[in-house]
Design a binder for this molecule. Structure first.
Ligand SMILES: *Cc1c(COP(=O)(O)O)cnc(C)c1O
Length: 414
């Protein structure tokens, strides 16, 4: 492990577990390890802590505790929502999603489509916004579910989920939202949103990885995705991960307490970061509309550079950022979200996401701002892509490519 200080600008990928959360979880590894389904008092005692945690996560989203089903992650919640809507309405075989959903939604939709279900993926405009007229037009008598995310993990752009849910209600179609990125960053209220199903993941709000929830509105027909024991009132089999549920509950409590203050502080830091970079680095644009979006996320396209090269140089300085979703890192395909917004592959490949969080400091932002413009300049100076730029028409492309390859090899080695 490196001793170097980490400057973490990747809070949309995951967040550190809060010390208060760790503390709340520890007794469930030492004294309170019983099986909550057991008939004796020791089991009941543990079950009581699950119900207390359920009440806390329910409060974060304005739900009733009995409307909360704990799952193993945001991915399971999204899969379950889609699965349940189709299985509980066997006469319906059509799902409406969007082109910019998380892979936890898109991959499952693709799986179903290959097995004879029909999926409509709604497009977005250049700012990342949905066209509600198009959404309404996509609904059919056999549409089982509309699944539209609340906040995009790559750009932070918010979808008008309350309006989407109102359209769905009028047409008698179930509505699900992936609110994983929204929780803890903006207020999330299931009654205001009017959705039937909503997904959260704990590790995006300072609880451990490996636990999430699915909100299922009262009286919604539901079909479990994991079948086994009678846990979660028969809605999700599997012996409960008690410590994680308790940790999630504590994190939800903290998120609610700190929401207003932390989103104000983080929003100001993000704005300073973004505005300074847009002013200091030429040929840089923001991806996605400025509003409405999350207060912590900034997606910026730096023309004529490869994001992967920028990330490598930032990493050497202890700065963690990303070129899109953590789930697609490693693939060289440009982000599906940025492409759906109409960015050229070149611009999408030069895009970086900075996602701030409660541990981000003014000094972290200063450090990033002190280094990033120089890194972009340095990479552009050796970029073959600069040959296409009007200011660089004297550029020798072949020599630039060779120099860049050499530079990248030496970066990778040192
Ligand atoms: C992280 C994320 C998920 C997946 O959550 P996991 O708990 O990691 O499975 C789903 N949707 C969005 C928008 C996310 O950002």
């Amino acid at each position: 492990m490196s001793e170097r200080k980490i400057r973490y600008f990747d809070n949309n990928a995951t967040t550190p577990v809060a010390p208060e959360v760790v503390e709340a979880m520890l007794p469930f590894y030492t004294e309170l390890w019983g099986n909550p389904s057991s008939a004796y008092g020791f089991g009941h005692q543990v079950a009581g802590h699950i119900e207390a945690a359920r009440a806390k996560v329910a409060a974060l989203i304005g739900a009733e505790p009995r409307e909360v089903v704990f799952t193993s992650c945001g991915t399971e919640s999204n899969n379950t929502a889609i699965h349940s809507a189709l299985m509980a309405q066997p006469d319906k075989r059509h799902v409406v999603s969007t082109m910019v959903e998380h892979s936890a939604n898109l991959k499952y939709c693709e799986f179903l489509r290959q097995r004879g279900f029909e999926v409509t993926y709604l497009p977005v405009d250049g700012g990342g916004a949905l066209d509600l007229g198009r959404l309404e037009a996509a609904l059919r008598p056999d549409t089982a579910l509309v699944s539209v995310m609340l906040a995009n993990n790559e750009t932070g752009v918010l979808f008008p989920v309350a309006e989407v849910a109102a359209i769905c209600r009028r047409k008698g179609v179930l509505c699900h939202t992936d609110a994983v990125q929204a929780a803890g960053k903006i207020p999330v209220d299931v009654r205001q949103l009017g959705v039937d199903l909503l997904s959260l993941s704990a590790h995006k709000l300072h609880a451990p990885k490996g636990i999430g929830l699915l909100y299922v509105k009262r009286r919604t027909r539901f079909q479990p995705y994991l079948m086994g024991g009678h846990q979660e009132k028969g809605r999700r089999g599997g012996t409960e991960n008690v410590a994680y549920m308790v940790g999630f509950g504590r994190a939800a409590e903290l998120a609610l307490e700190r929401l207003a203050e932390s989103s104000r502080r983080i929003g100001a830091l993000r704005d300073r970061l973004e505005e300074t970079l847009l002013a200091a680095v030429p040929d840089t644009v923001r991806n996605g509309a400025k509003e409405p979006r999350l207060p912590n996320t900034s997606s910026l396209a730096f023309d004529f550079v490869e994001a992967e090269a920028v990330l490598m140089l930032l990493d050497q300085l202890g700065i963690c950022a990303s070129s899109g979703s953590a789930c697609t890192t490693g693939s060289l395909d440009p982000s599906h979200v940025l492409q759906a917004m109409g960015l050229s592959p070149m611009r999408a490949r030069g895009s970086l996401r900075f996602s701030l969080g409660s541990t981000t400091t003014e000094e972290d932002v200063d450090y990033l701002l002190a280094h990033l413009p120089g890194i972009i300049r340095r990479l552009r100076a050796i970029s073959p892509l600069c040959a296409a730029h009007p200011d660089n028409d004297r550029y020798d492309v072949a020599a630039a490519r060779a120099r860049q390859a050499k530079e990248l090899t030496s970066l990778a080695n040192g």
